[in-house]
Design a protein around this ligand. Sequence first.
Ligand SMILES: C[S@@+](CC[C@H](N)C(=O)[O-])C[C@H]1O[C@@H](n2cnc3c(N)ncnc32)[C@H](O)[C@@H]1O
Ligand code: SF4
Length: 396
Amino acid sequence: MTESFPDPGPDPGNDVALYVHWPYCARICPYCDFNVVRAKSDKDVGRLEEQAALVKAILADMEAQGSLTGPRRLASIFFGGGTPSLMDPDAVGRVISRARALFPLNGPIEITLEANPTDAEADRFAALADAGVNRLSMGVQALDDAALAFLGRNHSADEARRAVAVAGRAFDRLSIDLIYARPGQTVDGWRAELTEALDLGFEHVSPYQLTIEPTTAFGRAVARGVWTPPDEDLSAALYETTQAVLGRAGFEAYEVSNHASGVAARSAHNLHVWRGGDYLGVGPGAHGRLTLGGARTATVAHRGIGDYVSGVHLGASWSERDTQSSRDAAEERVLLGLRTVEGVALANLEVLGRAPDAEPLAGLTADGFLEIRAGRVIATRTGRPVLDGVLRALLI
Ligand SMILES: C[S@@+](CC[C@H](N)C(=O)[O-])C[C@H]1O[C@@H](n2cnc3c(N)ncnc32)[C@H](O)[C@@H]1O
Ligand code: SF4
């Protein structure tokens, strides 16, 4: 049913990954500013026709982008959203087989799909595994009913627990997304949620600090003073609790918000992206990075579903296509690489004119925020919780 995935993973210099964006959600969560649309009822013929057209467009877009990259080795596939667990498993299977046909030089690869933990979606998990998905990333968000209600989720903690049990029978590899730094949250409550998440058997945990995005319902509520996010001290205590609970259980923070129970449990897809590997982005609003004609190219697909579908038919799925300068590409590698335990090659900082023995790099290493090891710059335990500030000091 599931394939084993060999470490150390894809080669970021040669392989190409695939990101597929499925924008539909059963309900729009008040904190989310991803490119999402509310799925109407299952019986809505318009919606079914639109989804069928979107699947066709995604397949055609993969074909068009594949002809630009040529037949490279496939690194991984990631179905993100939105809510790809609402996607027809048959369509998921068609995307996977088309990717394998377009990029034939591949063996077992990691194929992840993001799932919301509702009873209705759990019913599809076995079919999604049969379609070729071998890793499920479950958006549980909280294991507390009051917190789930505050987050506007359409499932209870018990429903999530049931979905996790079903997922465990269909998939060997399970990851959980949790959101912390919610108003009123306590360190003890968060410790209990994390401990339960570990007991549920996840090999990978992504605890995200709640970000208040200005264009969301939460952004508007906070701006009006309806409620206030936790202060810096509580947020820092929740972060430290996360590190302590997961660290004690043998989970390594291989990226700022991603913890894995061993090297094989790391997300190969995300590592490929953080290491600066190429990836095709298909689906409305999907971002991609492709090396075309020797230049790293940043792509963004049309955000609207109709615009994307008609764009693909006209041979223009991208609303933006930017050829990055070597400085832009190096800066992006630094921004992504410093989030991981691997850090980033010093050569990228040298492209940006940052020498190890001159400011700001010399000061940041002397103050213990960064270290330089074997030709790489790595954020330390002190530097990671304040990484945004470290990056500002390093890059501005
Ligand atoms: C785009 S969602 C897709 C997953 C799936 N639809 C779900 O909700 O479970 C990916 C993850 O981003 C995280 N996320 C989205 N908005 C966030 C925010 N404002 N603050 C923190 N985490 C957020 C959530 O943990 C979520 O599981
Ligand atoms: S968090 Fe997930 S379910 Fe909620 S709106 Fe965003 S993508 Fe959709």
